[in-house]
Design a protein around this ligand. Structure first.
Ligand SMILES: [Zn+2]
Ligand SMILES: [Zn+2]
Length: 327
């Protein structure tokens, strides 16, 4: 199954990451040890997850086992703090949780009344604006992350989220070249919202710096979500799905899962079964105090290909045991 549940994320490791504030770690652990819906009783965890976030010797902060974890164990689940379906999945995925839905039109759709109600925190604001120019910009450039910034902006305007929501995530520097590329999206977002009859005071956070900073953080922290195949029908349609340009159902940003470092021979992985809720699972037995690592890329690539992808796409040279062995 793991080959079908590939995901991708761009998370360069920074040589000198900011120190992690203990109170923020406590917050993360408590908010992500959710007993979420759709978790089977066997998976449902009692108490906090068996992990702690701590500083590593070389890769900034990381996630460590606080006790022995057995192969296959569900370590914890995590709800996204921000997610958005791919533009090609707007009519095929719930606009809130990314669960598969069948719908005719091209407008956003929801899997349940609950998701529809939950989406009010951004959708009521979003519906006030004309997004045709912004969406056309994203489609023509093949961009997905500006849609997530748009959603966060709508959440902030509605009062449901803080403009600083993502500040705990690894920051990313914005080069002049990147800023130039972001400028059009920023202008387009501003134009859409300025035509939406939103009181001025509610959009004061929406500076150029805010847009660039949020987009840069999303770029290096977002996970690409491909739902696990859950039925025979899915299996039959997967061959066709694979040839589509965008197989991912959407993208999401999480808090705790973003703290996992990379390894080409990981001891943990993330799966998405039916929606954007991430499930972190142990791939093998893990000893207490061992660091939990996931693979950011397709682990079946050979050594040189992995090094190239990680360096170009993620900004670091991998020195994991597998790479050091030349495998
Ligand atoms: Zn839903
Ligand atoms: Zn490696």
């Amino acid at each position: 199954m793991s080959r079908l549940v590939r995901y991708c994320r761009g998370l360069p490791r920074f040589p000198n990451p900011p120190p992690v504030k203990p109170q923020l770690l406590a917050l993360n652990l408590s908010t992500t040890s959710s007993t979420a819906e759709n978790v089977t009783p066997a998976d449902r965890m009692a108490g906090p997850p068996p992990i702690r976030v701590d500083l590593t010797e070389s890769a900034g902060r990381g996630v460590f086992a606080s006790r022995r974890i057995g192969a296959g164990e569900l370590i914890h689940t995590a709800k996204p703090v921000l997610c958005h379906p791919s533009l090609s999945s707007i009519s095929a995925a719930c606009y809130f949780c990314l669960r598969k839905v069948i719908s005719e039109g091209q407008s956003p759709t929801f899997c349940s009344r609950k998701c529809e109600d939950s989406a009010k925190v951004f959708y009521d604001v979003e519906k006030k604006a004309d997004w045709s120019e912004f969406d056309a910009y994203c489609r023509s450039q093949g961009l997905k992350y500006p849609q997530m910034v748009k959603r966060l902006a709508c959440q902030v305007i509605s009062g449901a989220a803080s403009a600083e929501l993502l500040d705990i995530l690894q920051p990313a520097s914005v080069s002049a070249e990147m800023a130039l590329m972001m400028e059009e999206g920023y202008g387009s977002l501003r134009r859409a919202l300025s035509g939406a009859n939103i009181p001025d005071g509610k959009t004061t956070f929406l500076s150029r710096e805010w847009y660039y900073g949020v987009l840069a953080r999303i770029r290096i922290n977002a996970f690409r979500i491909e739902l696990a195949l859950s039925s025979y029908e899915d299996l039959l349609s997967s061959a066709a799905a694979c040839v589509e340009a965008e197989a991912a159902v959407g993208n999401a940003v999480y808090m705790l899962p973003s703290f996992y470092n990379h390894d080409c021979d990981p001891n943990a992985h993330i799966v998405w079964i039916e929606n954007a809720e991430a499930k972190l699972k142990a791939l093998r037995d893990i000893e207490a105090d061992e660091e939990l690592r996931i693979c950011y890329i397709d682990a079946s690539l050979d050594h040189d290909a992995r090094q190239t992808v990680l360096l170009q796409g993620f900004g670091f040279k991998c020195n994991c045991p597998r790479c050091l062995s030349g495998d």
